[in-house]
Design a protein around this ligand. Structure first.
Ligand code: FAD
Length: 248
């Protein structure tokens, strides 16, 4: 079985996000990039399938050379090889189109993604990849079993869980629960050393059309200072809620 895991390189969740002075772009200065946390669940699941079913695991990223540190981490976690599609990700469609081009040539049985990137939060790429490849798509998976050419996936739905089956090849977008957080693989020294020599192929993009252009970014306004009111000072609390917060 051949598995392609799509990994997005995103700012570390503790990063302070700033935009350029003209508000036209995200300011990458001083930002530490990591594997999109939801993609780590997908990657760990793929490595488990590699161990249990002899699958080969390729990771793919659409990004510039600066994403290679993140790709090498995915190799250290256990992927066999990697493909970097040498393009700045500009919108969900062009990213999906580039991944689909690579997937078409690779003959993958299973494409695993995270259900959304934790920076731009599009939640769009995996479904688009499936549509372009005319494959089945299951979103938001919290469990996955592969048996022969069938995938059985568990999804979280309002008030419960849904189990679905699809024939491979298919695209599955996962989240926490695909594996448990405690199962996420932290690369050891051997993994880090072997990652240095694992194949990382750089392919040029197919110049997919960018359909959505970001024109302006704005930060959320800073939170107002908290005012503490003594528990016995109800009059002051009522006054503040009435005159300042204007909620009563
Ligand atoms: C440096 C940089 C510059 C950007 N500039 C712009 C810009 O100018 N205008 C703009 O609109 N947007 C920009 N983006 C955002 C870009 O649109 C998104 O990275 C891309 O569209 C996918 O985001 P998404 O939120 O739709 O992904 P989602 O659909 O939320 O991601 C779901 C899953 O798809 C896969 N995936 C997503 N992105 C990638 C990827 N790049 N490579 C491999 N797998 C992936 C992962 O498995 C991920 O978990 C930029 C992003 C970066 C990193």
């Amino acid at each position: 079985m051949k598995i392609l895991v799509c990994i997005s390189s995103v700012p570390d969740t503790t990063s302070k996000i700033n935009f350029t002075a003209d508000h036209s772009a995200f300011d990458k200065n001083g930002i530490q990039f990591v594997i999109n946390p939801l993609d780590e669940f997908a990657l760990t699941k793929a490595v488990k399938l590699q161990e249990s079913q002899g699958a080969t695991v390729t990771v793919a990223n659409v990004g510039g050379a600066e994403t290679e540190a993140v790709i090498r981490k995915a190799l250290a976690i256990g992927a066999n090889d990697a493909i970097r599609i040498n393009a700045e990700p500009k919108d969900s469609y062009s990213v999906a189109k580039e991944i689909a081009e690579v997937a078409k040539n690779g003959g993958y049985d299973l494409i695993l993604c995270g259900k959304e990137s934790l920076d731009y939060n599009g939640g769009a790429v995996p479904g688009m990849v499936a549509q372009i490849l005319n494959q089945s798509f299951v979103n938001g998976c919290i469990g996955l079993e592969i048996s022969g050419s069938e995938a059985k996936a568990v999804r979280e739905i309002e008030g419960g869980k849904e189990t679905v089956t699809v024939q491979l090849p298919a695209v599955i977008a996962g989240q926490k629960g695909l594996v448990e957080e405690t199962e996420l693989i932290i690369p050891n020294m051997r993994g880090i050393m072997s990652a240095r020599t694992k194949p990382l192929q750089v392919v040029e993009p197919s110049a997919a059309e960018v359909k959505v252009e970001a024109v302006r970014f704005e930060s959320v306004p800073p939170r107002a200072a908290v005012k503490l009111v003594a528990p016995d000072n109800i009059d002051e609390l009522v006054r503040l809620l009435h005159e300042e917060a204007k909620v009563i």
